[in-house]
Design a protein around this ligand. Structure first.
Ligand SMILES: NC(=O)c1ccc[n+]([C@@H]2O[C@H](COP(=O)([O-])OP(=O)(O)OC[C@H]3O[C@@H](n4cnc5c(N)ncnc54)[C@H](O)[C@@H]3O)[C@@H](O)[C@H]2O)c1
Length: 235
């Protein structure tokens, strides 16, 4: 199926310099959207507006959105992808480390969504996808309490936005991926044999799902958390 709904749309992907976010940005670009990507260092991606963006900074979020609006137009597609993954035994988790994970993975998503929603509401159209994690359902493998809590939070945030903004033509969904082959999981042992489909996930597995949820075909799907995990967690 050729996915429609990207022509004349502006998309912003956070944390898209590499990994899953980059694949999502390239997919949305290839489908015809005008795409901006924000990351700690402005990414260089063909045909994409690269922005320096720290999602934890309210003025930084404001400046990045202002630039997207002036160069491409107001985003009607927002992918909340920026994230960090820290493995740390619970009793060794400092308040600073806890706050950093919650700040990037949850508060950053809040700041970006809050900045994006007024223009979507005015336009009567929007697509928000938050990248959660199966860890947000299970608490994760050992020693990722802050990460699991932050991902549970961002998946609930996507649902809360869904119910508040459904009357305005805006859908808001989350993904709960696990074991996607990126730098983020490079410190973990290879878990491919633990995945029922027999392989790790690819960034394209995630980008395909995000593209569908951001397309014109997914207007009746909102408040959903979609697993992209090869059967690793069936719930
Ligand atoms: N890889 C997996 O198995 C997996 C599983 C579940 C969920 N996820 C989630 O998918 C998303 C992407 O992960 P990935 O695997 O591509 O990881 P990654 O580490 O390759 O990419 C994360 C990106 O986020 C950026 N980032 C970090 N802090 C930021 C900040 N404050 N502001 C802006 N950008 C920031 C990084 O610079 C990086 O480019 C994350 O939210 C992650 O939690 C990944």
């Amino acid at each position: 199926m050729q996915l429609n709904g990207f022509h004349d749309r502006v998309a912003l992907v956070t944390g898209g310099a590499r990994g899953i976010g980059r694949a999502i940005a390239e997919r949305l670009r290839d489908l015809g959207a005008r795409v901006a990507v924000g990351d700690l260092r402005a990414p260089q991606i063909d045909g994409v507006l690269g922005l320096e963006l720290d999602v934890t900074s309210e003025p930084g979020v404001e400046a990045a959105f202002a630039r997207v609006e002036s160069e491409l137009g107001p985003p009607s597609i927002l992918v909340l992808n920026a994230g960090i993954f820290v493995i740390e035994p619970f009793e060794e988790t400092t308040l600073e480390s806890w706050r950093r994970t919650i700040d990037v993975n949850l508060t950053g998503a809040f700041l970006c969504a809050r900045r994006a929603l007024p223009a979507m509401r005015e336009a009567g159209y929007g697509r928000i996808v938050a990248i959660g994690s199966s860890a947000g359902k299970t608490g994760g493998a050992k020693a990722v309490a802050a990460y699991g809590a932050s991902k549970a939070g961002v998946m609930a945030l996507a649902k809360a936005i869904a119910s508040e903004y459904a009357p305005h033509g805006i859908t808001s969904n989350a993904l709960a991926p696990s074991l996607i082959d990126t730098d983020m999981i490079s410190s973990m042992p290879d878990m491919a044999d633990k995945v029922p489909v027999g392989r790790l996930g690819t960034v394209d597995d995630v980008a395909d799902t995000v593209a569908f949820l951001c397309s014109a075909h997914a207007g009746y799907i909102t408040g959903e958390v979609v697993d992209v995990n090869g059967g690793f967690l069936i719930d």
